[in-house]
Design a protein around this ligand. Sequence first.
Ligand SMILES: Cc1cc2nc3c(=O)[nH]c(=O)nc-3n(C[C@H](O)[C@H](O)[C@H](O)COP(=O)(O)OP(=O)(O)OC[C@H]3O[C@@H](n4cnc5c(N)ncnc54)[C@H](O)[C@@H]3O)c2cc1C
Length: 394
Amino acid sequence: MSDGQQADVVVVGGGVIGMAVAWRARRRGMAVTLLERDALGAGTSRVAAGMLAPVVEAEFGDAGRRLLELGLRSSQLWPGFAAELTLLTGTSVGLMHTGTLLVARDDDDARELERQLAFRRSLGLEVVRLLASEAREREPALAPTLRLALEAPDDHSVDPRLVLAALRFACESEGVQLREQTPVVRVDLDGAGGRATGVTLQDGERVCGGQVVLAAGAWSEQIEGLPAHAGVRVRPVKGQILRLRDPAGPGLLSRVVRFEGGYVVPRGDGRYVLGATVEERGFELAPTAGGVYGLLRDAHELLPGISELEIEELSVGLRPGTPDNAPLIGRAAVDGVILATGHYRNGILLAPLTAELVVGLLEGQPPGADLPFALDSMLAACSPERFRAVGVPA
Ligand SMILES: Cc1cc2nc3c(=O)[nH]c(=O)nc-3n(C[C@H](O)[C@H](O)[C@H](O)COP(=O)(O)OP(=O)(O)OC[C@H]3O[C@@H](n4cnc5c(N)ncnc54)[C@H](O)[C@@H]3O)c2cc1C
């Protein structure tokens, strides 16, 4: 679909968001070309822990409320999304219905958990208060010094690497044109600058498309061509994360455990993900001793058995954060450009919903007519228009 050939849709970026959008758009009959500057799935998505945790992630404030609504809806879509991928590929994407424990290691943490409990209950979210002894009955590996815990029974997890592999397979088998090692430098506009006509690659090649979806994660702001008022406001937020393995096999932990400053996500096969730092350091990707030390220190205090695990991998990813940390999904100020970026800490969780929203926009119809909830209110919650006003602080 280059130099004259025309795709219906050109997707820039082959992470969980770009591939989910490309797959769903192709399924609705559109001719889709996806351009990835590296290998598919080589960006932030492969680093993610894979928590589907709207309840635990719920935050105070307006943006927090909007994000909660998006997260809860996407969480409802996940079982069907995972089942479709499994049907296509014949392999699991590691969706585990384990629930999540939020644990307090001292009195300060316990007071904070009580506040979080009251907040979540005020929103009607299901959260159960557990005494330390009850938490340890559920997860005996937790330290006896534990003070209090909350259980969010509906917060689950997937394995993002299995999801990425499945999405790649799904895109390939449905006929998405996938191009790796293909960096995009610019969105091209028509002479009047009012409508997108495609994109230009680093080597000068033009890829024409009726509509362009910008899904380049933390790098979305680097793509040239869009006016400042298009509302692309994305910054990288560094996260360091460890992948651990228990040589004795599974059994240390069956639920996701979260604590002040981190989490441990079991994969069910003796592997665990311990994350993650949250650092504002631009595009720097170096792992640091301090980052790893902090993660292991905090986790060890609550889960002493973690020190027996083998380290399989230390990785670093860049979360695509927006000024209010809610995603940017919607039409840019230029016709034919749709933003699907800024998913910050929740891109895996929000992938199925994002794909539905974007495909609805691509079709120019009220999105999600076949879904049990109104997606137009979801679109309003993540509209790029909120950053178009002059003077919105970064
Ligand atoms: C440590 C860590 C833990 C996380 N844990 C979770 C979690 O438990 N649950 C959850 O929901 N989310 C989690 N996240 C967040 C999640 O990983 C992100 O929100 C999500 O991966 C964003 O997906 P994406 O497709 O937008 O970005 P990416 O996966 O980064 O994909 C963007 C792609 O665009 C490509 N690209 C960039 N520039 C160009 C260009 N010019 N031309 C062509 N291609 C380009 C990149 O190479 C990349 O492959 C975590 C993130 C981190 C860092």
